[in-house]
Design a protein around this ligand. Structure first.
Ligand code: SF4
Ligand code: SF4
Length: 97
């Protein structure tokens, strides 16, 4: 388990700030940064997978029913998926609360 960022001193960093624990980004739920959330209209979705391809945070997953959905624990709400969707079926909606 990674330590909270405010408990890490510069002396604790690896030389060259190399990543010593691969996969540790899974422990940081960055979804709380989001002010907009992507919502997919699954009726219009043609399942091309471009949203999955373009998401810079690899936050989009293919579901068991063959749709693409954002994992809101990691999605930062950048809107790139909505911008790249060829049929425009992703809308960015304001986060509640
Ligand atoms: S809004 Fe940005 S971070 Fe969230 S799923 Fe779309 S591309 Fe990924
Ligand atoms: S980019 Fe749009 S049409 Fe393609 S899979 Fe994603 S939501 Fe569906």
């Amino acid at each position: 388990m990674a330590r909270p960022i405010d408990e890490i001193k510069w002396q604790d960093l690896e030389i060259g700030a190399a990543v010593s624990e691969p996969g540790c980004s899974r422990e940081y739920k960055t979804g709380s940064w989001r002010s907009l959330r992507p919502v997919v209209d699954e009726e219009q979705c043609i399942r091309c997978g471009l949203c999955w391809l373009y998401c810079p945070d690899a936050a989009i997953h293919r579901t068991e029913d063959d749709h693409f959905r954002a994992d809101l624990e990691y999605c930062k709400g950048c809107g790139i998926c909505a911008r790249e969707c060829p049929v425009g079926c992703i809308t960015m909606e304001i986060e509640e609360g």
